[in-house]
Write a protein that binds this ligand. Structure first.
Ligand code: DP6
Length: 338
């Protein structure tokens, strides 16, 4: 039996930062799925007696083999048939691993979709539970992956403000969002491709004893609820202000953790200042967000693409590494291959 899925990465507008036992988030997060940055994964299962697990990434033995092995092992109670089979898993990405895009989101999204699909073939998951099940399985591999299994905007984490929300899986929220946001584009400006000084997993752990832990949980809850409310209308200035505040809050948390981390580079700050100056002068609806690294995600609307491309080429590319950037946009979610 086999299954093959292509799944996008996503970019968080309200950030997941900090988790509890069982890979459950400390706070709700809100993101949109990208279109171009994707992982395609094929999973073939065969009786265990006929061989052992094989994990290939871009045709070579995967550097994530141990993480995938641990993941499958952790799912044994959740999916009992896992223990009876040997897995042959092959993955490819549309973007370079060092590109500063959260590859764990698309990687675990694609793998979880394959597992949920196989679970459906085994008669354990029904069609109407499929994406929720895939989101839950993706979450157990990487928290942000829970949000990648849907098109457009997803919300992960329980909030009394959103009916149906859960810590266990993400839910799609496209129906609540003003249509103008379907024009969102994300230009990822690659400032530094070096390995991050702190992994996301280590970063989440820093929240456990963080001096601002409780305040952050409160802030993220307010931000998620407020952002969803803002996104019911086309008030883009309020949208970009809140999204930027979230990104800076994430970095402020890292700078004030024990030990402290500074992940922004001088050129990250220069790009941030250029974007703010450009916005002040042009009055166009543009803004930015940043994940746990130095690369800047410039967010804007398709209708302003020409002006933004000119701005990127003339003012920003000289501040990126080898003039590298990724031209991405909000996407239609995962696709079953074949
Ligand atoms: C800063 O999902 O990569 O991108 O659950 O340990 O795999 P694990 O962490 P991960 O954390 C992502 C953190 C973030 C914010 C976000 O995507 O919400």
């Amino acid at each position: 039996m086999q299954s093959c899925w292509s799944c996008p990465s996503n970019i968080a507008l309200v950030k997941y930062w900090g988790k509890r036992e069982g890979q459950l988030p400390l706070n709700p997060s809100l993101s949109f799925s990208l279109k171009e940055a994707r992982t395609t994964t094929r999973v073939v299962v065969h009786q265990k007696s006929t061989g052992s697990h094989v994990f290939l990434f871009e045709g070579k033995p995967s550097i994530f083999s141990e993480r995938i092995e641990n993941y499958l092992c952790a799912l044994k109670d959740e999916i009992p048939w896992i223990s009876r089979y040997a897995f042959h898993i092959e993955s490819t990405n549309t973007f370079p691993h060092s590109a500063g895009i959260a590859s764990s989101a698309s990687a675990f999204g694609a793998l979880a979709l394959c597992l949920a699909d196989l679970d459906r073939q085994f008669g354990e998951t029904s069609d109407d539970q499929f994406y929720q099940r895939a989101s839950q399985l993706a979450r157990m591999g990487s928290g942000s992956a829970a949000r990648s299994v849907y098109p457009g905007f997803s919300w992960w984490g329980y909030s009394p403000a959103l009916q149906g929300s859960s810590d266990e899986y993400a839910i799609p929220v496209n129906g609540k969002i003003f249509p103008g946001y379907s024009q969102l584009r994300d230009a990822v400006l690659l400032v530094d491709s070096a390995k991050k000084s702190v992994s996301s997993s280590a970063g989440h752990q820093l929240m456990e004893n963080h001096p601002y832990r409780d305040k952050r949980i409160e802030q993220a809850n307010v931000h998620a609820e407020e952002l969803l409310r803002i996104m019911q209308t086309g008030r883009y200035d309020e949208f970009f202000q809140l999204v930027e505040q979230e990104a800076f809050s994430l970095h402020a948390l890292m700078m004030s953790s024990v030990p402290p981390y500074l992940l922004l580079k001088p050129n990250s700050i220069r790009i941030i200042e250029k974007i703010r100056d450009f916005r002040n002068q042009s009055h166009l609806p543009v803004g930015l967000t940043i994940d746990a690294g130095p690369n800047i995600h410039l967010l804007y609307l398709s209708e302003n693409r020409d002006a933004i491309q000119r701005f990127i080429e003339t003012e920003l590319l000289s501040l990126t590494e080898n003039r590298a950037w990724l031209d991405d946009r909000i996407g239609d979610g995962p696709v079953k291959v074949e």
